[in-house]
Design a protein around this ligand. Sequence first.
Ligand SMILES: NC(=O)c1ccc[n+]([C@@H]2O[C@H](COP(=O)([O-])OP(=O)(O)OC[C@H]3O[C@@H](n4cnc5c(N)ncnc54)[C@H](O)[C@@H]3O)[C@@H](O)[C@H]2O)c1
Length: 337
Amino acid sequence: MSLKIAVVGAGYWGPNIIRNFNQISAAEMAVCCDQDTDRLKHIKNLYPNINPVTDFDEVLKDPTIDAVAVCTHVSSHYPLAKKALEAGKHVLVEKPFTAKVSEAEELVELAAKKNLTVMIDHTFEYTAGVNKMKEIIKEGLLGDILYINCSRLNLGIFQRDVNVVWDLAPHDLSIIMYALGMEPVTVRTVGMRLLHPTQEDVAFVTLGFENGAHAVAHVSWVDPHKVRSVNVVGTKQMLVYDDLDALAKIQIFDKCVDNPPHYDTFGEFLCSYHYGDIHIPRLKEAEPLNVMCRHFIECVESGKKPRSSGESGLRMVKILAASDESLRNGGKEISLK
Ligand SMILES: NC(=O)c1ccc[n+]([C@@H]2O[C@H](COP(=O)([O-])OP(=O)(O)OC[C@H]3O[C@@H](n4cnc5c(N)ncnc54)[C@H](O)[C@@H]3O)[C@@H](O)[C@H]2O)c1
């Protein structure tokens, strides 16, 4: 029997979720809900089998709908997901989970009480590149991780209800926490409003980890080129993950710096540099959203905890809220413990 799905929100991102559920035989992509009738017409043209509705209550009242995917703007995630859980539906919520920590806590509790699945679309945890990076770090090929530097830059898309950190940094934060298997203990964010009247459109988020490692995420809606890169610096080797590089998404550089025990020159006294080969591992590519949607179905059917669970969405919202606190206080370090 296939899982009957409704998607709420068919703006920019929702159609990607609709397309993927529609391709999966274990799912029946049954209903699309959007307040905008033009968007519904567009979806109906693409998928005549999908029932378009403007009123979310219609979705909730339909006892045959098993699960709802919430793909609306961030501040509406909480009320829509809450209603869906109260109506006994499993929920898949777009990143970031909610706009407030208290909302995410309430949804996690509600889902547990009702024995329903709540999963967040932390898309990058379902990419071949990030899973390869996780494997390489776990095998110790990079040595101890000292520093991670992420850049997620482009021109737009400007959001109305959240700043660039809430919009883009969830990708980098989820990559870092998933690949390292560690959570940050401090966050410091500086940002600026260049073009957006009310929200920061460029920001630098710095995370500190218990073991002394650091990560920096540079996120921007006002850069001329699209950049999606993660550089990981280890004591033995360095790794670059470039999501836009079709042929070499992951590159491992056999580069590091040693402090030699003996030295004859001032240069040697400072450091000795090691330059070796570059290795490009082969990746088994699949569309990350397809992998994510399949994982959601599997978790609903088996009752197992999703990889990007409600709890991981809550952890993310806590970091984003602390990042806002830091922004408001001129980049002050905020403890996450
Ligand atoms: N995972 C990713 O890589 C990724 C990428 C982009 C966006 N997103 C996320 O997807 C979500 C949606 O972003 P977007 O850019 O598509 O937004 P959008 O504004 O383009 O689309 C939102 C749609 O939701 C509809 N809507 C809003 N409230 C509604 C309600 N109560 N009932 C019915 N319809 C309603 C709007 O009419 C609109 O069509 C956001 O949470 C965003 O962070 C995720």
